[in-house]
Write a protein that binds this ligand. Sequence first.
Ligand code: PRT
Ligand code: ZN
Length: 292
Amino acid sequence: MSRLRVAIQKSGRLAERSQEVLRSCGLKFARSKDQLFWYGQDFPVDLLLVRDDDIPRLLLDGVCELGIVGENTANEVMLERAGQSQLNCLRRLGFGHCRLSVAVPEDRAVSTVEELQDARIATSYPELTRHLLEQRGVRATIVELSGSVEIAPGLGTADAISDLVSTGTTLRANHLRELDVLMHSEAALYGRVNGISDEKRALLQRLLSRLEGVLQAAESKYVMLHAPREALQRITELLPGVEHPSIMPLEGSDRIAVHAVCGEAVFWEHLEALKAAGASAILVLPVEKMLA
Ligand code: PRT
Ligand code: ZN
């Protein structure tokens, strides 16, 4: 029987959430002693635990069918291998958010990246940085570094940097100023869709549909309330992400019960507006699983 292999980061910023998202799809794993290969117990999907930078190449080389990695890393490798077969981004996963930004020393008098024509830019993302700068008409000399990019301007080896930023603390600590964002990134599930057997493709579809359910459920809320029958249209409009709620009559009353799955976040403001439209007994419940 066919099995799928998913590569995830062994340790680091994406490791825990990657395991979590697969577990929430009902996958369970028996950990091996070397910790690099986890066998899937109830569902024929195994895990490969590796460095995040290796994930796109493992996919492209056919070692695994799926991988969870930052869009920044996937795009860097795809640009390296431009013209060859590429990866499919199957689903963004909603964690590992960051941005690839250009930063300059605080005291440097520039206000746009366009002013960095022919400057030396240090980065761990040479292809991505070159590509995104070229799109904006900026030709730069890329100084490739594998880490500690933020110290390059201080050492005099670069005029600016292009690096991942989340809170901005690292930039501030190194007296750098964020000039502009080149791209936003988050963790995503990538896959090799071509050149896999029909059996593997069917497994992949099953896993994707579970994943879609988990991610949609995480964003959804089940809302129950009572309302005057004549307010139904207004109430439906006020429920975020709802088109067709379920309606039930209430015994001995001219009011109705309305149940709906809200596909978007439900805030206090929504509840207050519902109440003002005549709703009462409003309950908001989390949704655990969903299958469309
Ligand atoms: O060992 P391995 O190679 O697997 O891990 P790694 O050290 O290369 O990667 P890791 O775990 O640091 O990051 C994995 C992925 O997390 C990245 O490819 C991004 O997709 C994502 N991510 C999200 C980040 C950040 N946020 C982030 N802030 N990756 C790195 N950083 C670094 C950044 O490079 C800078 O040094 O954090 C510093 C800036 O953070 P702030 O909060 O000070 O702005
Ligand atoms: Zn890495």
